[in-house]
Design a protein around this ligand. Structure first.
Ligand code: DGJ
Length: 520
């Protein structure tokens, strides 16, 4: 077996090691049901991924499929998935769709669905029940994280899956696991079953008291935020049992993903108890086997999300974001500014599919913006962003966290940003947002005091002297080009009318060398 994948923290910077080397996943998440059929994958999905320049893909494995009868396991679809991904030269992140998927327990096996006595569901909190816009009350389809029998059964099945992966995945194709999906209770502030009520009204666990410096019952300790803290503790404790059972069989990195808190920002409308930014502290405390919390980043304020999910040393991994053309620019900020280990638009197999415009229905229910999956234009830019970043990994990886690499992406109608390097300040001017084309996004890499690579899409870079320096700055030479096998291959030398560090919509890279001279 190859060296197991791991996340190493070096000088406060998290690096994902795959096959013993640093790895940044440029990929996408497949639609929920795609990987349930090998035939579907072979006909529709693997071919659709080939032109995208992805190096990894996130696919699902559902509990109902691998344990159709209690104690009887069928891993054939997992085996095909691993073998086919390896043939395509792709790494796999697998989602364990088990007790919870977007709050609900729709992926549990039939034998569990049909035994609600033993595997009991959450109850809404009477009087304060809230309804999610689309789902109505998912709470009555959500097995309680306090149902010990259900959590134990999930942990057992997950351990079997991880044991199987350990046996069959000798080449190390599976690099990380997502445990469950967008956890939390929808349709109620919290579980109000009898068991949940008695735990809620008891003293908080000692560990929680110590971490937060509070005492008493959940309500006494957390006041108006008691329900969400309580649910976070309950879910994270359940996930810890599941993830640790899996890690004992095959110790690879694992994460949980979050349906983010956004308007209407009330727990129970977004899932109450999931790893949203303000609950990450509770999640870290109760689920130490989970290596990172990951945002499902469907929002126009993506910079805020990238910041929140890198706070307190949380390694950044984006398991879901829109497949709209913005993905082609966001990826530069994620990788070059926030050190993302992976970036994944959702429904990646649809990028080259029929063009979709705005969509409401399901997306409204999931509180995702209507343009998240409007894929017009994505195919013209996202593959280029991926190809460009992959060709520069030998420079990007060692530059992360040094201050020599700065990335950005345009939110809303921001007009630009300024970066400060040793000898120069660089003013980035964002290009205009045009329908079907990427917004501004890119990065500046300082390779030496007077030499930079400027790369990305739809922006201009102006190099200035340091404030008060009293000198002129001019380009010595600007070259277009590309990297081939880690070597710079130049294209045109830009001078005359083209003498500008302007990046077009097509994701590209310029090499800029500068000089300064005094006016006196
Ligand atoms: C978020 C979920 O995590 C995914 O499984 C998927 O349902 C997407 N939303 C979009 O539909």
């Amino acid at each position: 077996m190859k060296q197991l994948p791991e996340i190493r923290k070096e000088n406060g910077l998290a690096t994902f090691y795959v096959d013993g080397k640093p790895f940044i996943g440029l990929g996408g998440e497949l639609f929920n049901s795609s990987s349930s059929s090998t035939e579907w994958m072979r006909e529709k999905v693997w071919p659709a991924l080939r032109p995208l320049h992805v190096n990894s893909v996130i696919a699902t494995v559902s509990w109902e499929q691998i344990e159709p009868e209690e104690g009887v396991f069928d891993f054939s679809v997992v085996d095909d998935l691993i073998a086919d991904a390896a043939k395509e030269g792709l790494k796999l992140v697998l989602i364990w769709f088990a007790l919870w998927k977007n709050g609900a327990s729709t992926y549990v096996p039939e034998w569990m669905k049909l035994n609600r006595e033993k595997y009991w569901v959450c109850r809404p909190l009477s009087g304060t029940r809230v309804l999610s816009a689309f789902f109505g009350s998912v709470v009555d389809d959500t097995i309680s994280p306090l149902c010990e029998e259900a959590v134990a059964a999930d942990a057992k099945a997950f351990a079997r899956l991880m044991n199987h992966i350990h046996e069959v995945d000798q080449d190390g194709t599976v690099i990380m696991m997502q445990v469950e999906n967008e956890i939390g209770v929808i349709g109620s502030d919290r579980d109000a079953s009898d068991v949940a009520n008695s735990v809620f009204n008891a003293q908080i666990p000692e560990k929680v008291a110590k971490e937060y410096g509070v005492t008493g019952t959940w309500e006494e300790a957390f006041g108006t935020e008691a329900c969400e803290h309580f649910m976070s503790w309950a879910y994270a404790s359940a996930v810890e049992k599941i993830a640790s059972a899996g890690k004992r069989e095959h110790n690879i990195p694992m994460y949980c993903n979050a349906w983010l808190e956004k308007h209407p920002d009330r727990p129970g409308i977004y899932p109450s108890g999931g790893p949203i930014a303000k609950m990450m502290r509770m999640w870290r405390l109760a689920a130490p086997s989970i290596d990172l919390q990951a945002p499902d980043g469907y929002t126009s304020s993506i910079n805020e999300v990238l910041k929140e999910y890198t706070a307190d040393g949380n390694p950044l991994f984006i398991p879901e974001t829109g497949t709209n053309v913005r993905a082609a620019s966001i990826v530069f900020a994620a990788v070059c500014e926030y050190n993302a280990m992976g970036f994944n638009p959702f429904g990646i197999e649809s990028v080259f599919g029929p063009q979709r415009e705005l969509e409401n229905g399901v997306l409204m229910g999931l509180n995702i913006e209507a343009n998240a999956f409007a894929n017009s234009g994505t195919q013209n830019y996202l593959p280029d962003s991926y190809q460009l970043l992959r060709s520069m990994m030998h420079l990007i990886i060692p530059a992360r966290g040094t201050g020599h690499l700065r990335g950005f992406t345009q939110d809303h109608d921001e007009s630009g940003v300024t970066f400060h390097f040793a000898e120069y300040d660089v003013q980035i001017g964002y290009g205009r947002a045009v329908q079907g084309k990427p917004t501004a996004g890119g990065a500046i890499l300082e390779v030496s005091d007077n030499e930079f690579y400027v790369f990305g899409t739809n922006f201009s870079a102006t190099f200035l002297p340091k404030v008060g320096e009293g000198v002129f700055v001019k380009p010595l030479r600007i070259e277009e080009g590309r990297f081939e096998n880690e070597k710079w291959v130049r294209g045109r030398i830009l001078n005359g009318d083209e003498l500008r560090a302007n990046l077009p919509f097509k994701p590209s890279v310029l090499r800029v060398r500068l000089y300064k001279y005094s006016a006196h």
